[in-house]
Design a protein around this ligand. Structure first.
Ligand SMILES: C[S@@+](CC[C@H](N)C(=O)[O-])C[C@H]1O[C@@H](n2cnc3c(N)ncnc32)[C@H](O)[C@@H]1O
Length: 298
């Protein structure tokens, strides 16, 4: 059993293939299986087979699927491939193009390979679809999740885990575990002079599918609703901070300037952003009118 939310295994064990780039230690899967005690398990991106070998050894009925053996998580239903819902569906996708799989780790480039996305945004769209496919493959009360690392490139940092959490139903998230990353290739490179420390961890995100039947449409609408709420929250925060920077009270025209100053490229081409600022002022009790066209923090 895991005693804390931090997992660290120096050894990867005898399962799967040590030579498979970006493989995961079998001990990590063992920890997760001990914790969740699934009777049935599916890994839709099984790679060298680490997870299913550990599962089989623990007496868990396990299904391993992968693009390398003809299963495409972006086009095929996991539920359809397994034939019944499972208790746990855990994926370990490529971390965007950090390691390219098809046509590199194994022969035959494949356009739907998640390690062959044009940019991090395309990767995240595809990872979200993968997670929805996984969610559909588990029974009510079952768990779905992913093992994912973040990406730092050219000084920029993409937190795929943060994005994955934001894109899935918030009420289904059950755990965010940190997995220490050992022996990654970059260990051997020189890191002297870097301002930020080398990334040496990954995440294991676990969601639980509700027991009551929830239609896909209602999942989607709750996701869309959460996103709209976040967008409204962002407008509220931006407008309030603009007022703070103007001393707590300002005319609309000064407020527009302050908002535009902070996000010029985002607002360029958006015709209605001034309306959005006004609407934000009117509907939130964070703001109060002083006189016509002048607002203050409430
Ligand atoms: C990080 S590796 C998995 C490693 C595995 N956990 C292990 O220990 O060997 C990611 C896998 O995702 C697979 N993959 C990428 N795109 C896919 C897709 N569209 N459908 C199914 N599998 C995909 C790759 O073929 C690769 O084997």
């Amino acid at each position: 059993m895991m005693s804390t939310s931090v997992i660290s295994h120096l050894d990867r064990g005898k399962w799967g293939k040590a030579s498979w780039r970006g493989n995961c230690s079998g001990y990590v899967y063992r920890d997760i299986f001990q914790q969740l005690a699934p009777r049935t398990f599916c890994d839709p991106m099984v790679g060298s087979g680490t997870s299913v070998e550990v599962a089989a050894e623990m007496g868990i009925e396990a299904y391993g699927l992968d693009l390398h053996s003809g299963f495409n998580v972006l086009r095929d239903s996991i539920l359809g491939a397994v034939g019944k819902p499972v208790d746990l569906c855990l994926s370990h996708p490529p971390y965007h193009d950090m390691i390219v799989y098809s046509g590199n780790v194994y022969p035959g480039e494949h356009p739907d390979d998640l390690s062959r996305c044009a940019d991090p945004e395309e990767f995240m769209d595809k990872l979200q679809q993968t997670l929805l496919n996984q969610r559909e493959a588990v029974s009510g009360g079952g768990f779905y999740g992913t093992i994912i690392g973040d990406l730092r490139r050219g000084g920029q940092y993409w937190s795929f885990q943060a994005d994955a959490i934001a894109r899935m139903p918030p009420d289904e998230l059950r755990a965010v575990l940190i997995k220490a990353q050992h022996n990654v290739q970059s260990d051997s490179r020189r890191y002297a002079g870097l301002r930020m420390p080398r990334v040496a961890h990954e995440y294991i995100l676990l969601w639980e599918r509700p027991t009551r039947a929830v239609a896909m449409l209602s999942t989607l609408s709750s996701l869309a609703h959460a996103q709209q709420r976040r967008l409204r929250g962002t407008w509220k925060a931006v407008v309030r901070q603009a007022l703070v920077s103007l001393g707590g009270e300002a005319s609309l025209s000064r407020l527009y300037e302050a908002v535009a100053e902070n996000a010029p490229e985002r607002l360029a081409g958006r015709q209605h952003w001034r309306e959005k600022v006004r609407q934000t002022l009117y509907v939130n009790d964070w703001f109060a009118p002083v006189e016509r066209g002048v607002w203050r923090i409430a």
